[in-house]
Design a protein. Structure first.
Length: 616
């Protein structure tokens, strides 16, 4: 089992500021504490505790260049103490500004996390730009999977015909194929996994007959066991970290789970290792990896990783020219449209394809969400700057006395900026806390699994720091310039005062006007979205929606028995079988109207009995 490692950016930060004579001892102690917390409480708790430990050592005595800052620190300390006194003295202003800052930046941070999650789909792989998924064009539809030559009757060797053909190309590095059990081309349902006397639900397992190639393309990170052990073990099972915790508890690393047998629907599997959970922004998700000789489906998702510098177009042209070698009779079918390939990083935003394992993203909605975040920022910044300007306008006597007592212009300006920075710094933990508490509910609203670990990534913390810094500077630059240079304004005379102090062109009036337009725009956009949602929710779709239950039954005989029992229940008005509106549709066909030469493709068949019509 490999030693768990803390986030690399935190280690780099510690090495940057820590004195060389202290670094080895501090880094070693923190790593030892991290490994212990990882074993006892898991990765998320260990990462958060390591962040807290690193921040604890961010003190002057541990700085590498502390001696160079001795002259600066006393002056900064004086500004900081005065800033604390002023913020504490004006509790109402501080509370109001802090509340607005926390709520606004938390909202923006939630949107930023979601947008980053969506726009970085499948980009975590080192060779993501060289990975493509094969897609088959048939009729007017694009299939995201490749069918086996003999469909369900294909033997294990026949299922490997396409990967073996592609692997012979010099431009192809490797080819893998698999199915996920919750996908439409597989069982599409959960399984029961039995371990000794315990039984668990396995919602989604990834079954592959090319384990070496799959691990080369998608590179799962092993916490227990190795990729070779999984590849060499037929009916091997590599479970994810969350599955291991669910099956064996949080202290699974201390248990000997490798070699345990798992029974799934009368088939026995051997646990060969534990891998990290796949990223939530990956279109290939799973709870366990399964190595089988034969994929239990009529087709599979096929991925090709090209060599560096290879031309994708030339590979796909050659593949279509040789398609009859691995798909006999393919070119003779007039409904065939050829084999295409889609870049891995483009899959998430691809629409109108069949059997996509995860829902496609909508770039238009994401752009609208980004504009909404920008609008929130503008409203907040104008309001925040206006409140800060108003507060400093009431402190002109205090600032004047400081000038009389010998304070320089830059000292006044610096003091105002430090006060704004101090408030922003003290609000940073509150923003992180609020975002951490709200993120799971926001992810549930957006129907995306957003983990709290995303908040403490280097990019998100950097964005938060930039937002706080920008907020502090925008709220302090005008007061710092105006009141720090006040004697200069007096010397310049009435003409300058009229330009900056005109009641119609006053800076605060400009802010208020801008804020008014931004708020009206935001409310108008909200009202428009609300009307659209109400239209969707209240429009009559032409069938009964309330009080209808829909679930799968494995066979016709089971359905007949179940229908008899259901109809005997007084609260059941009717029962029906097969498709319902909105369910994913299969068996597309080509048809032609009588007396017409036009051929239509991809009509959808709905299989319903009389009971379904009565129910709906």
């Amino acid at each position: 089992m490999s030693t768990p490692q803390p986030p690399t950016w935190l280690v780099a930060c510690l090495r940057w500021f820590c004195a060389e004579e202290l670094l080895e001892e501090i880094e070693g102690d923190l790593l030892e504490a991290y490994c212990y917390r990882y074993r006892e409480r898991g990765r998320l708790y260990a990462d958060h505790a390591y962040l807290r430990d690193v921040l604890t050592f961010f003190r002057p005595y541990a700085f590498e260049r502390y001696s160079r800052a001795k002259q600066f620190l006393p002056m900064f300390s004086n500004h900081f103490k005065i800033a604390l006194r002023n913020l504490w003295h004006r509790k109402y202003f501080t509370t109001l500004n802090a509340l607005g800052l926390v709520l606004s930046l938390s909202s923006v941070l939630l949107i930023v996390i979601y947008l980053r999650h969506e726009y970085t789909y499948d980009q975590h792989l080192a060779a993501a730009e060289r990975v493509y998924r094969l897609e088959n064009g048939y009729r007017d539809q694009q299939y995201t999977c490749m069918a086996f030559p003999e469909y369900f009757n294909s033997t294990p060797s026949v299922q490997l015909t396409l990967p073996q053909h592609l692997t012979a190309y010099a431009e192809v590095e490797t080819v893998c194929q698999f199915v996920t059990t919750n996908s439409a081309i597989s069982a599409g349902r959960p399984f029961y996994a039995k371990i000794n006397d315990d039984q668990f639900i396995l919602k989604n397992a990834l079954v592959t007959n090319t384990p070496v190639a799959f691990q080369q393309v998608f590179a799962p990170d092993y916490l227990l066991g190795t990729s070779n052990e999984f590849s060499q073990q037929r009916n091997g099972l590599a479970i994810t970290e969350s599955t291991a915790e669910k099956w064996f508890g949080r202290k699974w690393p201390s248990r000997l789970i490798k070699g345990e047998t798992v029974v799934v629907e009368d088939s026995t599997y051997v646990i060969t290792g534990v891998v990290t959970d796949p990223p939530t922004n990956s279109h290939v998700g799973y709870e366990a990896l399964v190595h089988q000789a034969k994929i239990p489906s009529w087709g599979a998702y096929t991925y090709v990783q090209l060599t560096p510098g290879a031309s994708p177009e030339q590979v796909w042209q050659r593949l279509n020219a040789e398609v009859d070698l691995f798909y006999p009779g393919y070119t003779e079918d007039e409904l065939s449209r050829g084999i295409a390939a889609r870049a891995l990083t483009d899959i998430h935003f691809t629409k109108d394809v069949l059997y996509e394992p995860t829902p496609a993203g909508n770039s238009t909605y994401l752009r609208m969400l980004g504009w909404a975040a920008l609008l929130i920022l503008l409203v907040f910044w104008t309001n925040y700057a206006n409140l800060s300007t108003a507060m400093y306008a009431d402190r002109q006597r205090e600032l004047g006395v400081r000038r009389v007592l010998g304070a320089r212009e830059q000292d006044i300006s610096r003091q105002i900026v430090v006060e704004a920075l101090a408030l922003a710094v003290f609000c940073a933990p509150l923003v992180l806390l609020t975002t951490t508490l709200v993120l799971p509910y926001f992810g549930e609203l957006m129907e995306v699994a957003l983990t709290r670990a995303l908040i403490f990534s280097g990019e998100i913390l950097m964005i938060l720091s930039l937002l706080l810094l920008t907020t502090a500077l925008l709220s302090s630059w005008y007061p710092a310039w105006r009141y720090g240079q006040r004697p200069l304004l007096v010397l310049l005379g009435q003409q300058w005062q009229r330009l900056l102090g005109h009641r119609r062109l006053h800076f605060r009036n400009v802010l208020l006007t801008l804020q008014f337009f931004l708020v009206v725009g935001l409310l108008s956009l909200t009202a428009f979205i609300y009307q659209q949602m109400r239209l969707i929710q209240t429009t009559d779709l032409g069938f009964e929606q309330q009080g209808v239950l829909y679930f799968s039954v494995p066979g016709a005989e089971q359905y007949q028995a179940l229908r008899t029992r259901l109809n005997a229940i007084p609260g059941v008005l009717s029962t029906g079988a097969n498709a319902v509106p909105g369910a994913e549709m299969f068996n597309q066909l080509t048809y032609q109207m009588e007396g017409s030469e036009t051929t239509f493709a991809d009509a959808t068949q709905h299989y319903l009995d009389w009971g379904s019509l009565q129910t709906l």
